[in-house]
Ligand binder design. Structure first.
Ligand code: ATP
Length: 970
C-alpha cells in the first residue's frame, strides 16, 4: 500500500485545487518557509481523522478552510482526498484504489466518505486501524515532535510504542469494554434500587392478593353452589306447583260434585217436607171420614137391632133370607173389589208405560252425557298437546324463549313479533305465511339493546335469536302507481299491513315486515296481480300460497302444521272455548239426569206401592170369595134351591151397614198406609238432613283446603319469581343456563350449610382489594423480570471483566515483546547514527506494564550523562531518530511523513539519516519535507511548493538542482 495522490481544495492555503501525485520510495517536498509545505501534512492528518485543532495548528476547526488572501476571497468549504494504492489489500476493502475524503463547511457541517460513499469518521478509523497509519502512529512526525520525543515524559512516549506494538485495537476494545462496564454498573445500581423498592411492596401486596384470591375462590364456589341450590329449590317449587295445580283441579271437581249434590239434596228435602204436609192433611181428612163412618155404623146397627127383634118369630124363613142377603152383599162387595182391582191394574199399566218412557229418555240423556264426556276428554287431550307446544314453545327457538324469560332484566325488549299483533281468522293463513320465521323475531328498541341481548345469549349459551331494532329498520312502501294497479286487479284484498291490528308505536315493525306484501283472494288472481306488478312485490293468497318477488310460487299444506304458532294460539283459544261450553252442558245434563233419576225412582216406588195394594185387594177378594162360597153352600143346603143373585132383596139397613163397615175398613187401612208412608218420609228426611250436614261440612273443608292450597301456590309462585329474578339479576342466568352449571354431586342439605359457611368466611375476609391479584402479578412479574435482568447484567459484567483481563494480557504481551524487539535493534541504529555508544529502553514501572512509561537510557560514545534533557538539540534528534529507525525495523509501516525532522542535524548526520531513509524506503513510502540538500539527494521524486500568488500554495515538480534552489530561497 502507498499514498498515490492527495487532492485538496479550500484547505488552508490551497485556494485552488491541487493534485499531488506521490510514488513509492522517498518523495521530497521543498520550498521556502511559509509557502504551505506543512499544510500538506496537515491535510493528510486531517483526512486520517485528526480531531485536535492544536495538532492541526489551528484555533478552531473552521481555521482549516481557506481564509482568503489579497486576491482571493475566503472559501466556505475545505475538501481533501487521499488516494491509496491498495493492490496488496492492506486496507480491508476489495478495491485496488481506496479514496478517503473529508469535507468541512464553514457552517460546521462535516462529511466523510470512502470511495465516494459517505461514511462515519469511525469507519475511517476502523479501516486504518493496525495498518500503521493513524493519528498517533509513526507515520507522521512533525518538526516539533522529534525534539519533543527525547525530552517528553516517559508516559507521554508510551503512545508511540503502543502504536508500534499494534495494541491500539486492543486498547480501543478495552476502552469500549470499560465504557460498557461503567454502563453495566450504572444499570445494575439502578435495577438494584428498583428491586429493593419492589421488595418493599411485594410482601403486603402478596398478602392482599392471597386474600383477594381466597375471596374469589370462595365466591366462585358460593356462586356455583348457590346456583345449584336455587336450581334445586326451583325444581322443588315447580313440583309443588304442579301438585298444587293438580290438587286444585281435583278439589274443584269434588266441589262441583258436592255442591250439585247439596243443591239436589236440599231440593229433595223440601219436596219431602211438602210430602209430609200433604200426608198430614190426608191423615187428618181420613180420620174425619173414619169418625163419620163410625157414627154412621152405630146408628145403622141400632136401626138393625130394632128391625131384628121385630122379625124374630119368622126366624127360620128370615135366616134363609138373611143368608141370601149376606150372599148378595158379599157378591156386591166382590164385584166392587173386582172393579177396583181392574182399575188398579189399569193404573199399574199406565205407571209401567210412563216408567218405560222416562227410562228411555233417561238412558238417552245418559248416553248423551257419556258422548259429551268422551268429546271433552278428546278436547282436553288436544288442549294438553297444544298447551305443551305453546307453553314449552318447543317450536320456538330456545334463544327466543330464553330472551322472553328474562326480558325484564334486559333493556329495551319490546316482544316477540307474534305477540305484537292480532289478525282475523280469515287472514290468519296469509299473514302467518307472510311473516313465517319473522313471527319469532324479537323486536327491541335499539341496536344496542340487540347487542346486549345477543351477548346475553352467548354468555349463557342459550341459543340464537333474531332481533329487529326499531331505531335501525326502515318502513318499506309500494309506490302509488302500483297500488293503483293492484286496486284495479280482480281478487286484490289489501296490503298485508292493513289487515292486522297493532299498537301505533310498533307500526314501523310491520311496515318493515309486511308493507310490500299484497294479499289476494286466490292463486289465479294472485299470479296475474304479481305479473301486472312485474313480480316486484310478494303476493300471498288467503290460503297462504305465495308468489315471491321474481315470480316464484310456493304453496300447499303441511300435515299438522305445528310450525305455525299463530294457528296454535287461535286453535288453543277455540278449544278452550269448546271445553268450557261442553263442561257446562255436561253439568246441566247431569242436573237433568239427577231430576229424571228422582222421577224414575218415584214411579218405581209408585209401581211397587200399586203392586202391594193390588196384592192386598186380591187377598181381600179371596177372603170374601171363601165367605161367599161357604154361605152359598149353607143357603143351598137349607133352602134346597140354588143361589141366584138378587140385590133388590137386601134390606137397605144391612146394606148400608155393611157398606159403612167396608168404608171404615178402607179408611183404616188408608190411614195405616198413610202413617207408614209418613214415617218412611220422616226417615228419609232424617237421612237427607244428616247427609246434607256431612256434605256441607265436606264442602267447607274442601273450600278451606282450596284456599290453603291457593295461598301456598301464590307464595310459591312469588318465591319462584324471586329465584328466577335473582338468577337473572345476580348471575345473568336463565334457569336453563343455571341448570348447565349445576354441581350434580351436591347433597342439598350440606350444600345449604356450605352456603352459610362460605358467606360467613367471605364476611370474615373483610375488605378485599380484587385489583391486588393483578397488581401483585404485575409487580412480581416485574420483580422477576428485573431479577433476571440483574443476573444477566452480572453475567455480562463478569464477561466484560474477563474480556478486559484477556485484552490486558494480550496488550502486555505484545507491548513487552515489542519493547524487547526494539531493544534488540536500537543499539545498532543508535551506534550507526552516533558512531558508537549504548542505548536502552526501560520501563519506569516494570510492575505495571499496562501503564508504565518508557525511559530512554542513552550513552553516546565518550559521554557519561544520562539525562536526555542535557543533550544538544541535534543529539536529541539523533536519539529520537535512532528509536524511530529501530521501530521501523521491528515493525515496518507503509507510509511515513517526516516534516523537517533532520533540521537540527549537521551535514554528516543528515547524510546518515538519508541513508537510513534509503534503506527503509523499499518497505516504507517516505514523504519528507526538507530544506537539506543531503536529504534531497536521496529523494526519488521532488516537489516544489511555491506561493507565486500571495497566500495561495502552488505545487510544481522540480529537479534536484531546482529543489536546492527553492530550498535556499528562504
Ligand atoms: P516552514 O518551512 O517555515 O515550515 P511551510 O512551508 O511549512 O513553512 P506552512 O506552515 O505549511 O509553511 O504554511 C503556512 C502558511 O499557510 C502561512 O503563510 C499561512 O498564512 C497559510 N495558512 C495557514 N492557514 C491558512 C488558511 N486557513 N487560509 C489561508 N492561508 C493559510
Amino acid at each position: 500500500m502507498y499514498l498515490k495522490r492527495v487532492e485538496a481544495i479550500g484547505f488552508k492555503s490551497f485556494a485552488h485545487k491541487v493534485n499531488i501525485g506521490f510514488t513509492p520510495g522517498i518523495n521530497g517536498i521543498v520550498g521556502p518557509n511559509g509557502c504551505g509545505k506543512s499544510n500538506i501534512t496537515d491535510a493528510i492528518k486531517w483526512v486520517l481523522g485528526e480531531q485536535s485543532t492544536k495538532n492541526l495548528r489551528a484555533q478552531g476547526m473552521s481555521d482549516v478552510i481557506f481564509a482568503g488572501s489579497q486576491d482571493y476571497k475566503a472559501q466556505n468549504m475545505a475538501q481533501v482526498s487521499l488516494v491509496f494504492d491498495n493492490s496488496d489489500k492492506l486496507l480491508k476493502l476489495d478495491y485496488e484504489e481506496v479514496e478517503i475524503t473529508r469535507r468541512l463547511y464553514r457552517s460546521g457541517e462535516s462529511e466523510y466518505s470512502i470511495n465516494k460513499n459517505s461514511c462515519r469518521l469511525k469507519d475511517i478509523v476502523d479501516l486504518l486501524m493496525d495498518t500503521g497509519l493513524g493519528r498517533d502512529s509513526l507515520s507522521m512526525i512533525s518538526q516539533g515532535a522529534i525534539a519533543n520525543f527525547a525530552q517528553a515524559k516517559p508516559i507521554e512516549r508510551r503512545g508511540i510504542f503502543e502504536e508500534a506494538a499494534g495494541v491500539s485495537k486492543y486498547k480501543k476494545r478495552k476502552i469500549e469494554a470499560l465504557r460498557k462496564l461503567e454502563k453495566t454498573n450504572e444499570n445494575l445500581l439502578r435495577i438494584s434500587d428498583i428491586i429493593n423498592e419492589l421488595e418493599d411492596q411485594i410482601g403486603p401486596l402478596k398478602r392482599q392478593a392471597d386474600n383477594a384470591r381466597k375471596f374469589l375462590e370462595k365466591k366462585e364456589r358460593l356462586d356455583k353452589i348457590e346456583v345449584s341450590v336455587i336450581v334445586f329449590d326451583v325444581a322443588n317449587i315447580e313440583r309443588i306447583l304442579i301438585e298444587a295445580k293438580e290438587n286444585i283441579s281435583t278439589i274443584k271437581q269434588e266441589l262441583t260434585i258436592n255442591e250439585t249434590k247439596l243443591l239436589f239434596d236440599e231440593g229433595k228435602l223440601e219436596q219431602l217436607k211438602e210430602n209430609i204436609k200433604t200426608y198430614d192433611n190426608e191423615i187428618a181428612m181420613l180420620q174425619a171420614q173414619l169418625l163419620s163412618e163410625v157414627d154412621k155404623i152405630s146408628s145403622l146397627e141400632k136401626q138393625k137391632s130394632e128391625e131384628d127383634s121385630r122379625d124374630n118369630e119368622n126366624k127360620s124363613v128370615e135366616y134363609i133370607d138373611g143368608l141370601k142377603q149376606k150372599l148378595n152383599a158379599l157378591a156386591q162387595e166382590l164385584d166392587g173389589f173386582n172393579n177396583n182391582l181392574k182399575l188398579m191394574s189399569v193404573d199399574l199399566d199406565e205407571l209401567k208405560i210412563s216408567f218405560e218412557d222416562k227410562k228411555s229418555s233417561y238412558d238417552d240423556l245418559k248416553e248423551n252425557i257419556a258422548r259429551k264426556q268422551n268429546m271433552l276428554h278428546n278436547y282436553q287431550n288436544k288442549k294438553g298437546v297444544l298447551d305443551n307446544i305453546n307453553d314449552n314453545k318447543s317450536n320456538v327457538y330456545t334463544g327466543v324463549k330464553a330472551i322472553m324469560e328474562v326480558k325484564n332484566s334486559l333493556s329495551g325488549i319490546v316482544g316477540m313479533v307474534n305477540d305484537l299483533f292480532e289478525v282475523e281468522e280469515q287472514f290468519q293463513d296469509a299473514i302467518s305465511k307472510s311473516l313465517a320465521a319473522s313471527l319469532q323475531n324479537i323486536v327491541v328498541e335499539s341496536n344496542n339493546d340487540a347487542k346486549r341481548a345477543v351477548s346475553f345469549l352467548k354468555t349463557n349459551k342459550a341459543g340464537r335469536a333474531t332481533f329487529i331494532p326499531i331505531d335501525t329498520i326502515r318502513a318499506r312502501y309500494i309506490n302509488g302507481d302500483d297500488i293503483y294497479v293492484a286496486q284495479q286487479s280482480e281478487g286484490f284484498i289489501d296490503v298485508a299491513t292493513n289487515l292486522i291490528r297493532f299498537d301505533e308505536e310498533n307500526r314501523i315493525v310491520f311496515e318493515y315486515l309486511l308493507n310490500t306484501t299484497l294479499v289476494c283472494d286466490q292463486i289465479d288472481n294472485a299470479v296475474s296481480l304479481a305479473r301486472a306488478l312485474k313480480n316486484r312485490y310478494r303476493v300471498i293468497t288467503l290460503d297462504g300460497d305465495i308468489i315471491s318477488v321474481g315470480g316464484l310460487v310456493t304453496g300447499g299444506k303441511i300435515k299438522n302444521d305445528r310450525g305455525n304458532i299463530l294457528t296454535i294460539k287461535k286453535d288453543l283459544e277455540k278449544i278452550t272455548e269448546y271445553i268450557s261450553k261442553i263442561t257446562s252442558e255436561i253439568q246441566s245434563d247431569n242436573e237433568e239426569l239427577y231430576v229424571q233419576e228422582q222421577d224414575l225412582n218415584n214411579i218405581r216406588n209408585k209401581i211397587n206401592q200399586q203392586n202391594i195394594s193390588i196384592a192386598k185387594v186380591e187377598e181381600s177378594i179371596s177372603h170374601r170369595q171363601h165367605q161367599f162360597d161357604d154361605l152359598k153352600n149353607e143357603f143351598e143346603s137349607i133352602s134346597n134351591e140354588s143361589y141366584v143373585q138378587d140385590f133388590s132383596q137386601i134390606s137397605s139397613v144391612v146394606e148400608r151397614l155393611n157398606s159403612a163397615k167396608l168404608n171404615k175398613e178402607r179408611i183404616l187401612s188408608a190411614i195405616k198406609s198413610a202413617r207408614e208412608t209418613h214415617s218412611e218420609i220422616n226417615l228419609d228426611i232424617e237421612n237427607i238432613e244428616t247427609q246434607l250436614k256431612s256434605t256441607r261440612y265436606f264442602i267447607s273443608d274442601l273450600e278451606k283446603k282450596h284456599s290453603n292450597i291457593n295461598m301456598e301456590k301464590a307464595t310459591k309462585e312469588i318465591e319462584l319469581k324471586n329465584m328466577l329474578d335473582r338468577l337473572a339479576n345476580e348471575y345473568q342466568l336463565t334457569i336453563d343456563g343455571a341448570k348447565e352449571q349445576v354441581v350434580l354431586e351436591l347433597d342439598m342439605r350440606l350444600a345449604k350449610e356450605e352456603v352459610v359457611q362460605l358467606k360467613r368466611e367471605i364476611k370474615n375476609l373483610g375488605m378485599v382489594n380484587p385489583l391486588a391479584i393483578e397488581e401483585y402479578e404485575r409487580v412480581s412479574e416485574r420483580f422477576n423480570f428485573l431479577s433476571d435482568q440483574r443476573e444477566d447484567l452480572e453475567t455480562s459484567k463478569n464477561d466484560i471483566l474477563d474480556m478486559i483481563n484477556d485484552t490486558d494480557k494480550i496488550m502486555v504481551e505484545k507491548f513487552s515483546k515489542t519493547i524487547d524487539d526494539i531493544n534488540k535493534e536500537l543499539p545498532d541504529t543508535f551506534s550507526k547514527l552516533f558512531g558508537g555508544g549504548s542505548v536502552k529502553l526501560e520501563y519506569t514501572d516494570p510492575s505495571n506494564l499496562l501503564e508504565t512509561g518508557i525511559d530512554i537510557v542513552a550513552q553516546p560514545p565518550g559521554k557519561s550523562i544520562k539525562n536526555l534533557n542535557l543533550f544538544s538539540g541535534g543529539e536529541k534528534a539523533l536519539i529520537a531518530l535512532s528509536v524511530l529507525f529501530a521501530i521501523l525495523k521491528v515493525r515496518p509501516i507503509p507510509l511515513c511523513i517526516l516534516d523537517e525532522v533532520e533540521a537540527a542535524l549537521d551535514q554528516a548526520n543528515v547524510e546518515r539519516f538519508a541513508k537510513f531513509l534509503k534503506e527503509f524506503s523499499s518497505e516504507t513510502q517516505f514523504i519528507v519535507i526538507t530544506h537539506r540538500p543531503g536529504t534531497m539527494e536521496e529523494c526519488d521524486v521532488l516537489y516544489g511548493v511555491t506561493m507565486q500568488e500571495k497566500g495561495v500554495t502552488k505545487m510544481i515538480s522540480v529537479h534536484l538542482e531546482e529543489a536546492k534552489d527553492l530550498a535556499s530561497k528562504e
